[in-house]
Write a new protein. Structure first.
Ligand code: PLP
Length: 398
């Protein structure tokens, strides 16, 4: 009989991968599936980036690199942050890691332990709550409000801070809601956090370059009073359609960098060398492919928000960023999990139950609109037909 460590029972998961498996199984049975469940761009990595990775392999970049990443990559990150946010970051604070997730795992393992509290967005990326629990810390939910465009309320968040709070996790633009926190709300939170110098801040800005009209992405790095405590999480997965390359980075305060690098050395040694060269090409090369992709998302967003709002029992706030819509489905009479399952089984449309992103996601479904307009239209019409049939059946029973 094998005995695993008790903490393994605390580890959650990302049910997008389970929905993907079920969708694939249905597809294998010959069903027509429209997958709006998975959170990755439906675009190929731009050709010049692929070419840089290929060339790096051909040029013999086959060995280990420094654990923190090759210097030109870290310099490119620092230059990119300067051009996007007008902030100065030393390449020595940049830790290249295999994907965005690694920075969040490291931050939570660094600060989480029994007795510690970590504040995290709910509904939010499911890995936050999962790894907080895994670390032994107590997860403290930061509620996000539909009526506020899925922003938090700064006063409410600040009131949750106790002497045990070690870390607060922010994510804007957000998964799963698409919410982008308005500058004034972030200003209020930042000002309040100045009074709590024992709290570190993990700012997950992986969707930072996907914001749409009116919305704004404000980086936590732009608050000088907090710079000594902000860990920035960013990466290439979304902006450059590079989810499978596994490349991300953290910008760590000087006081935490050595500990983060030590976690990297214990865990993965370094990022795949060729991928790092591809990452340089992404940051220093033409940005047109990324811009085109974001323009396509903007068009799809316009369509899907209107279309979802036209469905009976569904109400959809306009998301400020990322590529997710998070409609309120309370009026359909179904709970989120049931609706997710029945839509997949009975219409072939894969979505993700809001409860996969935390208890406060009940009453919502996540739609990824990283899919063609034609696929989105077909999905909405299938759902409209299905909802209509449920209404008819209900009317007959009444
Ligand atoms: N942070 C958020 C909010 C995400 O939605 C994701 C991916 O879905 C990640 C981080 C992780 O990205 P990566 O695939 O680069 O690990």
């Amino acid at each position: 009989m094998l005995t695993m460590a008790g903490r393994m029972a605390q580890l959650g998961t990302e049910s997008a991968f389970e929905v993907l498996a079920r969708a694939k199984a249905l597809e294998a049975e010959g069903r027509s599936i429209i997958n709006l469940g998975i959170g990755q761009p439906d675009f190929a990595t731009p050709a010049h980036i692929v070419e840089a990775g290929r060339k790096a392999l051909a040029d013999g970049h086959h060995g280990y690199t420094p654990a923190n990443g090759i210097l030109p990559l870290r310099e490119a990150v620092a230059a990119d942050l300067h051009s996007r946010h007008n902030v100065t970051v030393s390449p020595d604070q940049v830790l290249a890691v295999p994907g965005g997730k690694v920075t969040m795992f490291f931050a939570m393992m660094m600060f989480g332990e029994p007795g510690a509290e970590i504040i995290y967005p709910n509904p939010g990326f499911p890995i936050y709550e999962s790894v907080i629990r895994f670390s032994g810390a107590t997860p403290i939910a930061m509620p996000l409000y539909e009526e506020a465009g899925f922003s938090f309320n700064a006063e409410e968040v600040l009131a949750k801070i106790t002497p045990r709070t070690r870390l607060i996790i922010l994510n804007s633009p957000a998964n799963p809601t698409g919410g982008a926190v308005p500058r004034r709300e972030l200003d209020r939170l930042a000002r309040g956090l100045e009074d709590h110098p024992h709290v570190a801040i993990l700012s997950d800005e992986i969707y930072g370059e996907m914001v749409y009209d009116g919305a704004e992405h404000v980086s936590l790095l732009t608050y000088p009073a907090l710079r000594e405590r902000v860990i920035l999480l960013d990466g290439w997965s979304k902006t450059y359609a590079m989810t499978g390359w596994r490349l991300g980075y953290g910008v760590w305060p000087e006081s935490l960098f050595a500990a983060a690098e030590r976690l990297a050395i214990n865990c993965h040694s370094c990022v795949n060398a060729a991928t790092q060269y591809a990452g340089i090409a992404a940051l220093t090369g033409p940005k047109e492919p990324s811009r085109k992709m974001v323009a396509a998302f903007a068009e799809r967003r316009r369509y899907i928000v209107d279309a979802l709002n036209s469905l009976p029992g569904v109400r959809c706030a306009t998301p400020g960023g990322a590529f997710y819509a998070f409609p309120n489905i309370g009026g359909t009479g179904f709970d989120s999990r049931t609706l997710q399952g029945r839509l997949l089984d009975e219409t072939g449309v894969a979505t993700i139950s809001g409860t996969s992103f935390g208890a406060l996601g009940e009453g919502y479904l996540r739609f990824s609109y990283a899919a063609s307009l034609a696929a989105l239209e077909e999905a909405v019409e299938r759902i409209r037909g299905w909802l209509g049939r449920q209404d008819n059946a209900r009317a007959k029973r009444a």
